[in-house]
Design a protein around this ligand. Structure first.
Ligand code: HEM
Length: 138
């Protein structure tokens, strides 16, 4: 059924894209480990029902995207086409509460990661801004 899509007044994330240095510093395997750990938190969260029963594919897609935005190879676009992330999230009703839960899962994944602190801060700031733009329900 159609629903009213809410558009956050702040608009798309502002500011410069992430530096490709991020990918060089962290490396692909640490990014993939972070995303896997994030999905382990999602599994335990109350937004679990939004995700497919098997999240293996979600892990690959999300990790491909994170590698790409951090300046690594464009795996996501090669496999899936243009990211259009906000539009891809329209099928899911994402309100501020769901966003907080989603961010909380990344917070735990970052806390458990070996990624250097300054890079963790950059990733966290990116996720905080980007996730606000994924909200599509009041
Ligand atoms: C604001 C809270 C968010 C919620 C509740 C949420 C939830 C979801 C759900 C339910 C899916 C579909 C299942 C799947 O294919 O994994 C999905 C897909 C995805 N999400 Fe999010 N998401 C949020 C924010 C974000 C943000 C900020 C990013 C990027 C930094 C992101 C990246 C992705 C990617 C790459 C996919 C796969 C898209 C595809 O089908 O190709 N999500 N998300």
């Amino acid at each position: 059924m159609e629903r009213d899509i809410y558009t956050p007044p702040g608009g798309p994330p502002q500011g410069p894209p992430l530096s490709p240095e991020l990918f060089k510093t962290i490396g692909e395997s640490a990014i993939r480990d972070l995303v896997k750990s994030f999905y382990e938190e999602i599994e335990k969260s109350n937004i679990r029902p939004m995700f497919p029963e098997s999240i293996e594919e979600s892990i690959v897609k999300s990790a491909d995207f994170m590698v790409q935005v951090m300046g690594g190879p464009s795996y996501y676009t090669r496999k899936n086409g243009p990211p259009r992330m906000r539009a891809r999230h329209f099928p899911f009703e994402i309100d501020e509460k769901a966003r907080r839960t989603w961010l909380g899962c990344y917070r735990k994944a970052l806390d458990n990661s070996e990624i250097p602190e300054s890079e963790k801060t950059v990733i966290w700031d990116f996720l905080t801004g980007f996730s606000a733009w994924m909200v599509n329900k009041v």
